[in-house]
Design a protein around this ligand. Structure first.
Ligand SMILES: NC(=O)c1ccc[n+]([C@@H]2O[C@H](COP(=O)([O-])OP(=O)(O)OC[C@H]3O[C@@H](n4cnc5c(N)ncnc54)[C@H](OP(=O)(O)O)[C@@H]3O)[C@@H](O)[C@H]2O)c1
Length: 253
């Protein structure tokens, strides 16, 4: 008998998180996704996964609200018991995020604090709360951005938060290695999703410029990412640990 593995994906209602959820379900993994506002979109993802023959649920979560994490973790624990009859899940994908485009000189403290809460404080304390529920030998995959390697005006604060996650990835890998937990961080290039108001997808001049700066000659699609997530969480990638892996089609080489 094979044991069912379960992945928890923050921000699974749309974009990269949704694509990763479907890619993992296709590999036989059951899924817990979270959403912030789009309950209907999250339920649609759950239905798609169910049609693939896997179990899935969607839970509300605001990653900018660390005061809600203890309650969220208890809800996850109850759902694991009720739906799967177990006490742990195997993979955590810290994916939920927002984009704010603001030049360094015009970035407000409000924007900075929100980016920090969503992209650093949120994943930090959420992961801390979920660790007792993450199985030994499990995996954590954080999500960074190509913007930590190359600089595109307007993303100083956002990219700095993702750089913090790259550092945390190495620390978590070091501290959690004793439990066999691998921790890596995926850095997508520009992907045509709703992210940042859908600029990469909807703004032709931005789209064409980024495509021209990409070795493969186009921007990424959500479909370019799910497979990479699935690969990095697989046993075959088990010796990859504490790494930043960029999936950008070769941007700004
Ligand atoms: N797209 C890109 O070009 C790109 C490139 C590099 C890295 N990334 C990173 O990839 C991740 C996913 O981006 P995406 O392109 O898939 O974005 P997206 O299409 O805008 O989807 C964002 C997801 O995050 C959820 N979310 C947003 N704010 C949240 C909050 N405060 N608490 C909980 N969930 C929240 C949304 O939930 P609702 O649907 O309920 O709102 C949605 O599921 C982000 O971390 C982003 O920084 C994106």
């Amino acid at each position: 008998m094979t044991t069912t593995h379960i992945a928890l994906i923050t921000g699974g209602s749309r974009g990269l998180g949704r694509n990763a959820a479907l890619a993992l379900a296709l590999q036989g993994i059951d899924i817990i996704i979270t959403y912030q506002q789009n309950a209907a979109a999250a339920q649609a993802v759950v239905s798609e996964i169910t049609k693939l023959g896997r179990k899935a649920i969607a839970l509300p979560l605001d990653v900018s609200d660390s005061s809600s994490f203890a309650t969220f973790a208890s809800t996850v624990q109850q759902q694991l018991k009720q739906i799967w009859g177990c006490n742990s899940f195997n993979y955590l994908l810290n994916n939920a995020g927002i984009g704010i485009n603001a030049p360094f000189t015009e970035t407000t403290e409000l924007q900075f604090d929100l980016l920090m809460k969503v992209h650093v404080k949120g994943p930090f304390f959420l992961t801390q709360h979920l660790l007792p529920l993450l199985a030994d030998q499990g995996r954590i995959l954080n999500v960074s951005t190509g913007l930590t390697r190359f600089a595109v005006p307007g993303y100083a604060a956002y990219a700095a938060m993702k750089s913090a996650m790259e550092t945390l990835t190495r620390y978590w890998a070091k501290e959690l290695g004793a439990r066999g937990i691998r921790v890596n961080i995926l850095a997508p290039g520009a992907i045509a999703t709703d992210f940042g108001g859908g600029t990469v997808r909807d703004n032709d001049s931005v789209n064409q410029y980024l495509a021209s700066q990409t070795a493969l000659g186009r921007v990424g699609q959500a479909d370019d990412i799910g497979g990479v997530v699935s690969l990095l969480l697989s046993d075959q990638a088990g010796w990859i640990n504490a790494q930043r892996i960029e999936a950008s089609g070769g941007m700004f080489l």
